[in-house]
Write a protein that binds this ligand. Sequence first.
Ligand code: PMP
Length: 358
Amino acid sequence: MSRYMSSRFDHLEEYVPGEQPRDMQYVKLNTNESPFPPSKEVLKALSPEEASRLNLYPDPTAKGLKERLAKRYGFEAENIFVSNGSDDILNFAFMAFCDDSCGVTYPKISYGFYEVYAALYSLDAREVPLKEDFSIDISDYFNVGRTVVIANPNAPTGLLLSKEDIRKILDSNRDNVVLIDEAYIDFGGESCVELVHEYDNLLVVRTFSKSRCLAGARLGFAIAQKGLISDLEKIKFSTNPYNINRLSLLAGEAAIDSDSYYTERAKDIISAREYTVAELKKRNFTMTDSYANFIFAKHEDVSGNDLYLELKARGVLVRHFSKAEIADYNRITIGTKEQMTALINAVDDILEKKGCAK
Ligand code: PMP
């Protein structure tokens, strides 16, 4: 930190993204990306002709993309906000809906960026422990008098709350925003997006990075009643009006136009997840019941960190978190069936070398 940096950031610990080592070709199961390329319609939309227009600013209203998303999810364009990845939306939401008089609450074990944004804006943050089985006790979020942020499915556990559970949280927090981060909802969960019609305090945040195979394009969207959306627009137009580049806008539009491709890819992920869960259970792993494109697993005889290092040495990258409550576990992104077979083979080798019974 230089001597010029504002001291208000002294306490800030930045988010650490999953590692992207370049020393060898890894089976990369550590950042919850899709293993599949975008649809052919998306690839076609990213034409040299469109690239040649990069001298021009993109549409700051993102009209075409918003209209498509509105149609796809049964809303109007005014109910849609789009941004440079859903991280950007989370950032705007923390800026817009939290302050000195309104703190924030979220599960203690959840997406690591929530605590970073809370620190960035010096918020009074209440981090609520999960239950012993890693599930969320919804009553912890009743009448909290602060902004509620919950990832559903949660990360890194993959556990899902039902739409009715979310309704209960909304009912008891009518004077506060409830942000439901549905980054992983397309892998078997039920979205709460329909509740937007009933609740003006619900903000549903989604991403193109996971089920829509566009992590590299940086595209996220949110659905809410017009009031919350116009608040986010105000923040966006006060920070970076051109927050989505021309090519990403086109990629997003073409992705919505080729929705069936992504539905099929999500099914592929779900079936690779079922395969992986079954194989790991045979090898004495325990796992949470994940509804996401990752699983959260531990072995009874091999520590979380050890397994992470041994897998890495065999060219398989998974994500290990050092927080004490989850240090026994690894978060393993679900890739293709071939990638998951490579994981299982590496696990077999590790267990054999360690003399663990299969
Ligand atoms: N929410 C959750 C729960 C996540 O795990 C992630 C990223 N891994 C994001 C939001 C951000 O995704 P993106 O910025 O790529 O849309």
